[in-house]
Design a binder for this molecule. Structure first.
Ligand code: ADP
Length: 319
């Protein structure tokens, strides 16, 4: 392939810029023309794209968000929407597309590939919920944002002898809650992948208080329910007063960590190598420190699991 394009789609994540930079620079290294598509699939259907040069991606490796902007588009889920996008790609002589986004974006890339246009998916989401890769681009940054919030809340929780509920992102995947809870020494972690019983939560909290703990922290993934709901239940059922903190969108932004930048660079480079070799319909990831690729449609049939043993470990270490 001599002409390729790149877009970012769905929820943004820190490190997407580093991935865009890698795609552009690696493409130009292989003497390809690389186009940037603005505003994801919505922009693709409008033909909103321009050729990027080496300098177009200068000074972005350290920036959160995405210089290509992102969007969600219902129209793109239809045949007509996808055909519109294909027309623009073909009219511009583009032969392959790199899509950086979450599982929804992968499905879109799968659809274009099925229609004969080679696409490569890169996992860009803070949720770490894409099968076929140990980590997604942005997860490490979000994790560190949450850990630093937990550390700060712990200071005030200790000073006042308080129980805090910290609600973090993760509608279907508990990775942010689990990893940040473990790293932040939370007493209790509630994630969608593991059932919980409120009286067990109370037993754990009470044990800690009895042995003189000055604070308790519960990290709650939003997919389990809201911090407000949990606070009401703890008050009504156990007369436990809590304070809540909902971290929200600060988890999506910020300077990407070194790990996210390196991951994004490695994955972006592999995406270009695949297209350079004429291969499409692949999802690129990293497993056991190796950059690998899977069939982009097949891989979504698997469910991403939390790392075996991590939940149990978090419980064992927070007694
Ligand atoms: P994410 O990629 O972060 O999971 P979304 O689920 O919102 O975010 O997906 C991003 C975009 O991908 C959607 O707005 C839509 O345009 C496209 N998309 C999602 N699912 C499909 C699908 N089944 N077929 C075609 N396109 C899809």
């Amino acid at each position: 392939m001599k002409k390729i394009a790149v877009l970012t789609s769905g929820g943004d994540s820190p490190g997407m810029n580093a991935a865009v930079r890698a795609v552009v620079r690696k493409g130009i290294f292989h003497e390809m023309d690389v186009y940037g598509v603005y505003q994801g699939y919505a922009g693709l259907m409008e033909g909103n794209m321009k050729k990027l040069e080496l300098g177009s991606v200068g000074d972005i490796i350290h920036r959160g968000g995405t210089i290509l902007y992102t969007a969600r588009s219902e129209e793109f889920k239809t045949d007509e929407g996808q055909n519109k996008a294909l027309t623009h790609l073909r009219n511009n002589g583009i032969e392959g597309l790199v899509v950086i986004g979450g599982d929804g974006s992968y499905r879109g890339a799968g659809k274009l590939t099925e229609k004969g246009f080679p696409c490569i998916g890169l996992p860009g989401t803070i949720d770490n919920d894409i099968p076929g890769t140990d980590f997604t681009i942005g997860f490490d940054t979000a994790l560190n944002t949450v850990v630093s919030a937990i550390d700060k809340i712990r200071d005030t929780a200790t000073s006042h002898d308080r129980t805090f509920i910290i609600e973090v992102m993760g509608r279907h995947a508990g990775d942010i809650a689990l990893w940040s809870g473990l790293a932040g020494g939370a007493e209790t972690i509630l994630i969608p992948e593991r059932k919980h019983d409120l009286s067990d939560v109370m037993v754990r909290l009470k044990k800690g208080i009895e042995r003189g703990k000055k604070h308790s922290i519960i990290v709650l993934a939003e997919g389990v329910g809201s911090a407000d709901e949990l606070a009401s239940k703890l008050k009504d059922q156990f007369s436990l007063e809590t304070r809540i903190s909902v971290l929200g969108h600060i988890q999506r932004g910020g300077t990407p960590t070194g790990l996210d930048r390196v991951l994004a660079s490695r994955l972006g480079a592999r995406a270009v190598e695949l297209l350079f070799d004429g291969k499409g319909g692949r999802a690129v990831g990293m497993q056991n420190q190796k950059i690998i690729d899977h069939d982009i449609i097949e891989i979504l049939k698997h469910k991403d699991q939390v790392v075996e043993g991590l939940y149990t470990l978090s419980q064992q270490l927070s007694i």
